[in-house]
Write a protein that binds this ligand. Sequence first.
Ligand code: ATP
Length: 283
Amino acid sequence: MSLIEVKGLTKHYGDVHAVRGLDLTIEQGEIFSILGPNGAGKTTTVEILEGFRTRDSGSVSVLGFDPSTKGQQSREWRNRIGIVLQTSADAGDLTVFETINHFSGYYSNPRDVEEVIDSVGLQEKRDALIRNLSGGQRRRLDVALGIIGNPELLFLDEPTTGFDPEARRAFWSLIKKLRADGATIVLTTHYLDEAEALADRVAVINKGVIVEISTPAELGGRSTSQATVQWRDGDQIKSEKTDNPTSLVSSLSAKFNGEVPELIVSRPSLEDIYLEMIGGVDE
Ligand code: ATP
């Protein structure tokens, strides 16, 4: 059985049909990224999976459990899940260590507090008050609070907003490490490079429906799409789209008798493909 199974999920807010019959399965141990424009229904879907919002219809199973169930069983289920929301932690008068240590008490099998502080790169801020942290440092604290419970399943909503490039790379390594340790990760992000770097599979959602689920490399026929070959010919930059870049490059190489000046061979980025997909969906 898959770790997450969603069938025919729907959700209205008054007249707004936010989720319109969504099917999704997420397997144990994968990083699954949900992409989509503002208002596509990502947060609604993820918060239904987390048990924070009710659904109108459809079936949902997360770790073999219906998130809408209440009671003791639900508490045990929540113990196995980590969540990093878009909003920041707010405990201004506690230090980083105190906050994480406090949260670790909520879980039956927490990770080591110092190790978690280390893994999110907050060692130097261990004894700093939360209210004195920078935006990116507070976000790292949010991530620390999401993983302190040693979750089997981790939900990350826009986790690297406000991170500097170095911190993002460090965060990506951390997420890969968590996957290597066996966690399943559901990542909502607007950064296509982040989805590309991390996700085993991505789902593109638009207007409450799934447009496509695929690997980042294959989304929208990306891996078989035409390549663009660009080079310099005298004082001109030339470019050509082709299905056979290798043969074009080898004929250019013959023409230039070796090195092709300023040669670039490129395929559409994940962002190019994504924007095309989103633009192509009817009202
Ligand atoms: P974003 O990328 O902007 O976070 P999203 O894909 O997460 O967007 P949702 O927050 O799920 O989108 O919203 C989907 C639709 O449902 C939007 O049209 C939104 O205005 C509407 N909506 C979401 N929450 C509510 C609510 N509590 N009450 C009324 N409408 C809502």
